[in-house]
Design a protein around this ligand. Structure first.
Ligand SMILES: C[S@@+](CC[C@H](N)C(=O)[O-])C[C@H]1O[C@@H](n2cnc3c(N)ncnc32)[C@H](O)[C@@H]1O
Length: 291
């Protein structure tokens, strides 16, 4: 069998994914084709033909995506900032909306005085996305990342090893519980930046099959109001940050006010600001440790 035109193959895939209720059928069909052909999505049209083996592989991937297996589990890749991450079953797939928190964190690090090594802590690191993207952007930083789940931690370790092999400053991974009141006491008062994308979805929320059937539930659900992990995070962040240090906590769009209120009630934070995502929904709260 000879190579065939890619365009009708893509059109067929888009229709299959659309019928299956996949939210972005064209984008996903193109991402999968780019994955199979080994090119960037933006260069797909420069590869207008697809060979027989690649076609079989592509159709099998499209069929799995139509069964609502996450795109990133099929390609094995996700992204944060300027880095690639490997992801798969057992770890939360980093989301584009977290890029906004990442951008805030990076800007905040710019404000760190140049008389010391910036200390960064990523609480609930999952694949290591935020910690490793920050370490890549700021090779001068001493980055710590905390994760409770062993499966997630092994993905973080793979990503951390790869980034270090590619020349980034190694980060320190801690297999630990962010609700432990004695966590990282050796860093008390030393952190310039704390970021957290914890489990925050209220129990019982309705979720797409990609999320509820494939993201680990420990990564998703944060109790009846979504704040079970965030509540103990607030005193921990107050303890870790040095005066003038900044923190950002991602949260469910239903409880931005709740997270801001927890930070205000703690009494150690100022400049508590709610930040929306690109859809205009409240997505993370940032705050500065009082001097
Ligand atoms: C929403 S995911 C975020 C992962 C990553 N920060 C990101 O943005 O892609 C939350 C992560 O927190 C971890 N986690 C849940 N409870 C935890 C706890 N008590 N201590 C440490 N990590 C926890 C989960 O296993 C999961 O990997």
């Amino acid at each position: 069998m000879t190579r065939v035109q890619l365009r009708p193959v893509l059109a067929e895939a888009i229709e299959i994914l659309d019928t299956a209720g996949v939210p972005s059928p064209r984008a996903d069909a193109e991402h999968l084709a780019a994955h199979v052909l080994g090119v960037e999505r933006s260069r797909l049209l420069l590869s207008p033909l697809i060979g027989p083996d690649q076609l079989d592989e592509y159709r099998a991937l499209v069929a799995r995506r139509a069964r609502r297996i996450p795109l990133q589990h099929l390609t094995g890749r996700s992204f944060m900032g300027e880095i690639d991450l490997v992801v798969g079953p057992g770890v939360f797939v980093p989301r584009p909306e977290t890029e906004l928190l990442f951008a805030w964190a990076l800007a905040r690090l710019e404000a760190v005085r140049h008389d010391h090594t910036p200390v960064v802590v990523d609480l609930c690191t999952g694949s290591g996305a935020l910690a490793l993207a920050l370490a890549h952007a700021r090779p001068d930083a001493d980055v710590h990342a905390v994760e409770l789940d062993s499966d997630a931690l092994s993905w973080a370790r793979r990503n951390a090893d790869q980034r270090a092999a590619d020349g980034d400053t190694p980060i320190t991974l801690h297999h630990d519980d962010v609700t432990d009141p004695y966590l990282l006491t050796e860093l008390d008062g030393y952190a310039d930046l704390v970021v957290a994308n914890p489990p925050y979805i209220p129990d019982g929320a309705e979720l797409s099959p990609e999320v509820v059937d494939h993201d680990p539930h420990r990564a998703l659900f944060g109790g009846p109001d979504g704040l079970d992990v965030i509540r103990p995070l607030v005193p921990l962040i107050g303890r870790l940050l040095r005066p003038g240090g900044g923190a950002a906590i991602e949260h469910d769009d239903s409880n931005g006010g709740g997270v801001a209120a927890l930070l205000a009630a703690d009494g150690r934070f100022t400049e508590i600001v709610e930040h929306p995502d690109l859809a205009g929904k409240p997505r993370f709260v940032a705050a500065i440790r009082i001097s």
